[in-house]
Design a protein around this ligand. Structure first.
Ligand SMILES: NC(=O)C1=CN([C@@H]2O[C@H](COP(=O)(O)OP(=O)(O)OC[C@H]3O[C@@H](n4cnc5c(N)ncnc54)[C@H](OP(=O)(O)O)[C@@H]3O)[C@@H](O)[C@H]2O)C=CC1
Ligand SMILES: [Mg+2]
Length: 341
């Protein structure tokens, strides 16, 4: 009985919170969808769907642009009918957001179904995320990354790690439950500190051997269990380049889906003017060096194609604006150019 009252309460509060801002109403609506399967099932009939196929998002190329189409529930049903599948498939979707007008958005992976039929029917193609993320409109990248990450999490958490029994997704896909052990599993992100180290007039950028040739970025590292962001930042800078951080400042954070979901916590760090000699951990890094303002300004003008020189060498370039390292580097340039001379 309590569950019914709870559901009625939630619906009533979401309907009568007219005094709240659009944002608050939106967050409360999304929370109700996550908590109330019946409410979410009902909402699906008026929702929109982003399609994936084995974790590759469906994109449509229009001219030079790559669009991220949203299918209506009716179009979703038509596609499933064409594939001779039942509407039940829609319940395999996961909630990834909603519009200000409370139209819920879902992501659905049709990986078990015939890809070519869907692509020809919808006039587009399923595209690897590592490409898709950088060709869609930059405002769509975070949604694409989180949708794919949530679908990937469900795919890799089909069984309870305690009982080995299958786990069940709730309608919105915000959790999975093992009914044998009663354990609830929630999607996780691994916290990573990414740090642009500066000595006041230079910034320290690094390369791993796995990076595209010529690309340098800020150093980064996963937080160990039990570590604060501060402790992880100091440890990673000491571990990777042998320097001691004197002070640091939080900048911003970002969900990053590669290789699996990380929460990038971006900071600027200052090292003491005297101890700036880098001792690089060559197990982790291929290169780590100081960059002056001029060299950074030049690098920001390049990308992976213009970096390559006629003699086969590569001039430094930096991650694109979809990566939070780009923001750190631009903030450092602003700091440098606004310093009193
Ligand atoms: N968005 C952006 O601007 C940038 C994002 N990144 C991302 O930051 C992440 C971390 O960068 P990286 O420098 O490689 O990290 P680290 O410096 O921590 O080194 C990677 C090592 O961390 C360990 N590790 C891997 N996964 C995890 C995990 N989930 N939790 C704890 N430890 C882990 C592994 O060590 P072992 O093999 O010993 O287990 C791995 O070899 C990467 O996913 C990278 O894609 C990096 C730079 C820029
Ligand atoms: Mg690292």
């Amino acid at each position: 009985m309590a569950a019914i009252y709870q559901a009625v309460y939630r619906r009533a509060s979401s309907l009568f919170c007219r005094f709240h801002s659009t944002y608050v109403k939106k967050m409360r609506y999304l929370n109700t969808l996550k908590e109330d399967d019946d409410f979410c099932r009902q909402a699906q009939t008026s929702g929109t769907f982003y399609l994936f196929h084995n974790l590759s998002p469906f994109l449509q190329k229009v001219g030079k642009k790559y669009l991220l189409p949203q299918l209506s529930a009716a179009e979703m049903k038509r596609i499933l009918e064409k594939l001779k599948e039942t509407e039940q498939w829609m319940e395999k979707s996961v909630l990834i957001g909603c519009s200000d007008e409370h139209v819920p958005h879902f992501a659905l992976d049709l990986g078990a179904l015939e890809k070519s039929v869907i692509e020809s029917e919808l006039q587009g193609s399923f595209t690897d995320l590592r490409k898709a993320l950088f060709v869609v409109d930059v405002k769509d990248s975070p949604l694409l990354a989180s949708a794919q990450a949530l679908l990937q999490w469900h795919e890799s958490h089909q069984y309870c790690s305690k009982t080995g029994q299958p786990t069940q997704k709730n309608l919105a896909g915000s959790k999975r439950v093992c009914h044998a052990s009663g354990i609830t599993y929630y999607p996780q992100m691994s916290p990573v500190v990414i740090t642009l180290v500066s000595d006041g007039s230079r910034c320290l950028l690094t390369r791993q051997s796995s990076f595209p040739q010529g690309m340098y970025t800020a150093l980064s590292g996963f937080c160990d269990l039990g570590e604060s962001v501060e402790e992880a930042l100091r440890r990673e800078v000491a571990e990777e380049v042998g320097l001691e951080v004197e002070s640091f400042q939080y900048s911003a954070s970002q969900h990053w889906p590669f290789p699996s979901s990380c929460l990038m916590i971006a900071c600027h760090a200052l090292v003491g003017g005297q101890q700036t000699e880098i001792s690089m951990n060559s197990l982790e890094l291929e290169e780590a060096r100081w960059f002056g303002l001029e060299e950074v300004l030049e690098g920001l003008k390049r990308d992976h194609t213009s970096s390559k020189q006629d003699d086969g060498s590569f001039l430094p370039w930096f991650p694109p604006k979809q990566a939070i390292a780009h923001k750190l580097i631009n903030e450092w340039v602003k700091q440098q150019t606004s310093r009193p001379t």
